[in-house]
Design a protein around this ligand. Structure first.
Ligand code: VGL
Ligand code: ZN
Length: 204
Protein backbone atom coordinates (compact mmCIF):
# COMPACT_ATOMS: atom_id res chain seq x y z
CA UNK A 1 0.00 0.00 0.00
CA UNK A 2 1.17 3.45 -1.00
CA UNK A 3 0.28 6.47 1.10
CA UNK A 4 0.69 10.18 0.50
CA UNK A 5 1.54 12.19 3.62
CA UNK A 6 0.77 15.89 3.26
CA UNK A 7 2.76 17.93 5.73
CA UNK A 8 1.40 21.21 7.13
CA UNK A 9 -0.18 22.65 3.97
CA UNK A 10 -1.70 25.41 6.08
CA UNK A 11 -2.41 29.09 5.48
CA UNK A 12 0.31 30.32 7.82
CA UNK A 13 2.95 28.51 5.75
CA UNK A 14 1.83 30.04 2.46
CA UNK A 15 3.35 33.31 1.15
CA UNK A 16 1.82 36.16 3.17
CA UNK A 17 1.18 33.83 6.13
CA UNK A 18 2.64 34.22 9.62
CA UNK A 19 5.53 31.88 8.74
CA UNK A 20 5.22 32.03 4.97
CA UNK A 21 7.39 29.62 2.99
CA UNK A 22 8.59 31.13 -0.32
CA UNK A 23 6.57 29.60 -3.21
CA UNK A 24 4.74 27.39 -0.72
CA UNK A 25 1.50 27.88 -2.65
CA UNK A 26 3.06 26.42 -5.80
CA UNK A 27 3.01 22.88 -4.47
CA UNK A 28 -0.77 22.78 -4.11
CA UNK A 29 -1.77 22.12 -7.76
CA UNK A 30 0.89 19.39 -7.90
CA UNK A 31 -0.36 17.73 -4.73
CA UNK A 32 -3.94 17.89 -6.01
CA UNK A 33 -2.94 16.33 -9.32
CA UNK A 34 -1.22 13.25 -7.85
CA UNK A 35 -3.77 12.27 -5.22
CA UNK A 36 -5.44 9.60 -7.38
CA UNK A 37 -2.18 7.71 -7.54
CA UNK A 38 -2.34 6.73 -3.85
CA UNK A 39 -4.24 4.15 -1.80
CA UNK A 40 -4.39 6.44 1.21
CA UNK A 41 -3.93 10.15 1.87
CA UNK A 42 -3.12 11.48 5.32
CA UNK A 43 -2.22 15.00 6.44
CA UNK A 44 -0.52 16.68 9.36
CA UNK A 45 -1.53 20.00 10.88
CA UNK A 46 0.70 22.20 13.02
CA UNK A 47 -1.60 23.15 15.92
CA UNK A 48 -0.12 25.37 18.62
CA UNK A 49 -1.55 26.86 21.81
CA UNK A 50 -0.85 30.61 22.32
CA UNK A 51 1.71 29.87 25.07
CA UNK A 52 3.77 27.59 22.84
CA UNK A 53 7.46 27.91 23.68
CA UNK A 54 8.56 27.75 20.04
CA UNK A 55 7.18 31.28 19.68
CA UNK A 56 9.67 34.13 20.12
CA UNK A 57 6.78 36.13 21.64
CA UNK A 58 6.85 33.79 24.65
CA UNK A 59 10.52 34.55 25.40
CA UNK A 60 11.37 37.94 26.91
CA UNK A 61 13.75 39.89 24.65
CA UNK A 62 13.88 37.29 21.85
CA UNK A 63 13.06 37.89 18.20
CA UNK A 64 11.77 35.45 15.59
CA UNK A 65 14.47 33.29 13.97
CA UNK A 66 16.81 33.65 16.96
CA UNK A 67 17.63 30.40 18.71
CA UNK A 68 17.38 29.08 22.24
CA UNK A 69 17.04 25.72 24.00
CA UNK A 70 13.85 23.88 24.94
CA UNK A 71 14.15 20.86 27.23
CA UNK A 72 17.84 20.72 26.35
CA UNK A 73 17.27 20.76 22.57
CA UNK A 74 18.30 23.56 20.21
CA UNK A 75 15.20 25.51 19.18
CA UNK A 76 14.60 28.13 16.49
CA UNK A 77 12.15 30.72 17.79
CA UNK A 78 9.34 31.27 15.32
CA UNK A 79 6.80 34.00 14.74
CA UNK A 80 3.44 33.03 16.26
CA UNK A 81 1.88 30.63 13.74
CA UNK A 82 -0.77 27.93 13.37
CA UNK A 83 -2.66 28.97 16.48
CA UNK A 84 -5.31 26.40 17.31
CA UNK A 85 -8.67 27.26 15.78
CA UNK A 86 -7.47 30.28 13.77
CA UNK A 87 -7.65 30.68 9.96
CA UNK A 88 -3.83 30.56 9.82
CA UNK A 89 -3.97 26.98 11.08
CA UNK A 90 -6.55 25.90 8.49
CA UNK A 91 -5.48 23.70 5.61
CA UNK A 92 -5.01 25.82 2.49
CA UNK A 93 -8.34 26.46 0.73
CA UNK A 94 -6.88 25.46 -2.66
CA UNK A 95 -5.88 22.04 -1.32
CA UNK A 96 -8.13 19.14 -2.33
CA UNK A 97 -9.06 17.77 1.09
CA UNK A 98 -11.90 15.34 0.39
CA UNK A 99 -9.62 12.33 0.03
CA UNK A 100 -7.67 13.01 3.22
CA UNK A 101 -8.71 10.14 5.53
CA UNK A 102 -7.05 11.40 8.71
CA UNK A 103 -5.35 14.52 9.99
CA UNK A 104 -2.66 14.19 12.66
CA UNK A 105 -2.19 17.31 14.75
CA UNK A 106 1.14 18.16 16.32
CA UNK A 107 2.73 20.93 18.38
CA UNK A 108 0.00 20.94 20.99
CA UNK A 109 2.35 20.55 23.98
CA UNK A 110 3.47 24.12 24.86
CA UNK A 111 6.78 22.86 26.27
CA UNK A 112 8.23 21.30 23.12
CA UNK A 113 8.18 21.75 19.36
CA UNK A 114 7.05 19.03 17.02
CA UNK A 115 8.43 19.08 13.50
CA UNK A 116 7.81 15.47 12.61
CA UNK A 117 4.32 14.11 12.05
CA UNK A 118 5.35 11.03 14.06
CA UNK A 119 6.91 12.36 17.30
CA UNK A 120 7.64 15.65 19.06
CA UNK A 121 11.25 16.84 18.86
CA UNK A 122 12.11 15.20 22.19
CA UNK A 123 10.33 11.96 21.31
CA UNK A 124 8.30 12.37 24.48
CA UNK A 125 5.12 11.31 22.74
CA UNK A 126 4.03 9.62 19.53
CA UNK A 127 1.19 11.01 17.44
CA UNK A 128 0.13 7.47 16.55
CA UNK A 129 0.82 8.07 12.85
CA UNK A 130 3.25 5.15 12.40
CA UNK A 131 0.84 2.62 13.94
CA UNK A 132 -2.04 4.11 11.96
CA UNK A 133 -0.15 3.66 8.70
CA UNK A 134 0.96 0.12 9.60
CA UNK A 135 -2.64 -0.70 10.52
CA UNK A 136 -3.67 0.36 7.04
CA UNK A 137 -1.00 -1.87 5.49
CA UNK A 138 1.13 1.01 4.22
CA UNK A 139 4.67 0.09 3.22
CA UNK A 140 5.54 2.99 0.91
CA UNK A 141 5.20 6.55 2.11
CA UNK A 142 5.42 9.60 -0.15
CA UNK A 143 5.89 13.01 1.43
CA UNK A 144 4.90 16.44 0.18
CA UNK A 145 4.26 19.75 1.91
CA UNK A 146 5.87 22.45 4.01
CA UNK A 147 8.44 23.24 5.11
CA UNK A 148 10.99 21.04 3.32
CA UNK A 149 13.78 21.85 5.78
CA UNK A 150 11.72 21.37 8.96
CA UNK A 151 8.53 19.36 9.12
CA UNK A 152 8.94 17.47 5.84
CA UNK A 153 12.55 16.61 6.65
CA UNK A 154 11.91 15.46 10.24
CA UNK A 155 8.86 13.47 9.15
CA UNK A 156 10.87 11.74 6.42
CA UNK A 157 13.65 10.83 8.86
CA UNK A 158 11.12 9.31 11.26
CA UNK A 159 9.35 7.51 8.40
CA UNK A 160 12.65 5.84 7.47
CA UNK A 161 13.30 5.02 11.09
CA UNK A 162 9.84 3.45 11.36
CA UNK A 163 10.68 1.20 8.42
CA UNK A 164 8.61 2.78 5.65
CA UNK A 165 10.04 2.94 2.16
CA UNK A 166 10.22 6.72 2.02
CA UNK A 167 9.98 9.00 -1.02
CA UNK A 168 10.21 12.78 -0.94
CA UNK A 169 8.29 14.45 -3.77
CA UNK A 170 10.88 17.07 -4.54
CA UNK A 171 8.73 19.33 -6.68
CA UNK A 172 5.94 19.27 -4.08
CA UNK A 173 7.96 20.68 -1.20
CA UNK A 174 9.40 24.16 -0.49
CA UNK A 175 11.90 25.20 2.18
CA UNK A 176 12.04 28.11 4.61
CA UNK A 177 15.75 28.26 3.73
CA UNK A 178 17.01 26.49 0.58
CA UNK A 179 20.50 26.16 2.14
CA UNK A 180 19.17 24.26 5.12
CA UNK A 181 17.19 21.98 2.80
CA UNK A 182 20.39 21.14 0.95
CA UNK A 183 21.88 19.67 4.17
CA UNK A 184 18.60 17.92 4.96
CA UNK A 185 18.46 16.39 1.50
CA UNK A 186 21.95 14.93 1.79
CA UNK A 187 21.09 13.47 5.17
CA UNK A 188 17.87 11.93 3.85
CA UNK A 189 19.65 10.29 0.93
CA UNK A 190 22.31 8.90 3.27
CA UNK A 191 19.59 7.41 5.47
CA UNK A 192 17.94 5.65 2.54
CA UNK A 193 15.33 8.21 1.56
CA UNK A 194 14.48 8.45 -2.13
CA UNK A 195 13.72 11.53 -4.16
CA UNK A 196 11.08 11.57 -6.80
CA UNK A 197 9.21 14.10 -8.97
CA UNK A 198 5.44 14.13 -9.36
CA UNK A 199 5.94 13.49 -13.10
CA UNK A 200 7.49 10.11 -12.24
CA UNK A 201 4.08 9.05 -10.89
CA UNK A 202 1.89 10.26 -13.72
CA UNK A 203 1.31 8.46 -17.02
CA UNK A 204 3.09 10.18 -19.89
C1 VGL B 1 7.16 24.15 10.71
C2 VGL B 1 8.52 25.61 11.83
C3 VGL B 1 7.63 25.66 12.89
C4 VGL B 1 6.93 23.32 9.49
C5 VGL B 1 6.27 24.16 11.76
O1 VGL B 1 5.77 22.95 9.21
O2 VGL B 1 7.92 23.04 8.78
N1 VGL B 1 8.28 24.87 10.76
N2 VGL B 1 6.51 24.92 12.84
ZN1 ZN C 1 5.05 25.17 14.36
Amino acid sequence: MKALLLIDIQNDFLPGGALGVPEGDQIIPIVNQIQDHFDLIVATQDWHPTDHKSFASNHEGKNPFETTELLGLPQVLWPDHCLQGTPGADLAPALEVNKIEAIFRKGTNPEIDSYSGFYDNGRLKSTGLADYLRGKGVTQLYLAGLAADYCVYYSAIDALDEGFETFVLENAIRAISPESYEAARKDLLEKGGRRIQSSDLLPR
